[in-house]
Design a protein around this ligand. Sequence first.
Ligand SMILES: [Zn+2]
Ligand SMILES: [Zn+2]
Length: 135
Amino acid sequence: MATLHGTCLCGGVKFEVDADPEMLRFCHCASCKHLSGGGGTVNFPAPPSAIRIVEGAELLQGFTPEGGSTKTFCRECGTNLFGAGWPNSERASVRVSNIEEPLDAKVGAHLFVRSLAPWESLPDDGAERFETVSR
Ligand SMILES: [Zn+2]
Ligand SMILES: [Zn+2]
């Protein structure tokens, strides 16, 4: 399995994740819009045991929106690093925007398309679309 390397915007947090993501999920939900400053987040899943914080563990800050799962940020620069309840969940979401290696994986699913903003359009990429989550 590949070891991928990730960092936040300020570089204070560095992490590694053992993963070979085959498919990415683009989440367009309202929370992901807030925390990304854009259309949403693009993620791949990884068990928390596959994620190692190499530097800056003291900068990590979690926030749990009402009715949602915990999102983890860098306290210094605000970069959102992990979602889906890391580190206390079976599978965390790794925000692919923080991974340094170029990945071959493409977006295979658009989640929460019901939360699409008027200023947002879905690409004609053939990816599956889900009103909320894919289950
Ligand atoms: Zn940072
Ligand atoms: Zn989301």
